[in-house]
Design a protein around this ligand. Structure first.
Ligand SMILES: [Zn+2]
Ligand SMILES: [Zn+2]
Length: 247
């Protein structure tokens, strides 16, 4: 029974928590995610690279050259790995909503100070998924960013079509999966506004691009995407040792 009187263990590293609080993660784990620091960035979407090789003369990456992005810029705090990944999982899939505040701090830190913005827009969830999860994680994050940066939040986009989860799909299938999944809200006009679309993770950017296109076609003059984490394309995928011919 004595155990009930003491705080829990950290949900990330398992160390006993020394203080009662709303956040079930220790201060060391909350401090540990590292922001991206790269020498080379795509001038358009800000994806970091290890060298200038993937960038063209104007500093853009291949995806931006192909016009596949649909947004004007993309900022992320760090790589989708380690403690940051665990914190996002706790927040999104295990419903630890109190993490919105520290995660919102990371988002605010990733937003360049010189970008002029009129409104923050959360990435919408389809109502069915929102109902199942009980909350829209992007809306909680957007509220934190808006509060910290002094920018109003408007629910300017909505999901008009439920889509299958993106995980496990190829790039082109991801684009096809989310095409026409979004529309601008009729109640919150975005015409002429410079928007910051907030989401938790940017993988191929297909979802963010589809939502950005809907906002642009409703008249938004600029759409930047802000996420906590993105797949860091600097990290080479290690080749798996050949498994053929082994027992
Ligand atoms: Zn910890
Ligand atoms: Zn790019």
């Amino acid at each position: 029974m004595v155990g009930l009187l003491f705080p829990d263990d950290c949900r990330v590293c398992g160390a006993p928590l020394k203080q009662f609080g709303r956040i079930p993660v220790c201060p060391a784990c909350l401090r540990s995610p590292r922001a991206f620091s790269g020498e080379y960035f795509c001038s358009s979407c800000r994806t970091p690279f290890a060298n200038s090789f993937p960038l063209d003369a104007s500093g853009r990456c291949a995806l931006c050259r192909l016009g596949a992005q649909g947004f004007d810029a993309a900022y992320s705090f760090g790589a989708y790995e380690g403690t940051l990944r665990e914190l996002i999982h706790l927040f999104k899939f295990e419903g630890v909503r109190s993490l919105a505040r520290p995660l919102g701090e990371f988002l605010a830190a990733a937003l360049p100070r010189d970008v002029r913005l009129d409104a923050v827009v959360p990435m919408p969830l389809h109502w069915r998924r929102r109902w199942r999860r009980g909350f829209n994680q992007s809306a909680l994050l957007a509220a934190e960013v808006g509060r910290r940066c002094g920018i109003p939040v408007i629910h300017g986009a909505r999901r008009v079509r439920a889509t299958a989860p993106q995980a496990g799909l190829t790039n082109s299938r991801r684009r096809a999966n989310v095409a026409r999944a979004f529309a601008a809200s009729r109640r919150r006009p975005v015409r002429g506004l410079r928007l910051l679309l907030v989401d938790d993770v940017l993988t191929t950017g297909a979802t963010a691009a589809a939502c950005s296109r809907a906002l642009r076609s409703a008249g938004a003059s600029f759409v930047a995407v802000l996420t906590l984490a993105r797949a860091d394309r600097r990290v080479p995928h290690p080749r798996q040792p050949a498994a053929e011919g082994r027992p």
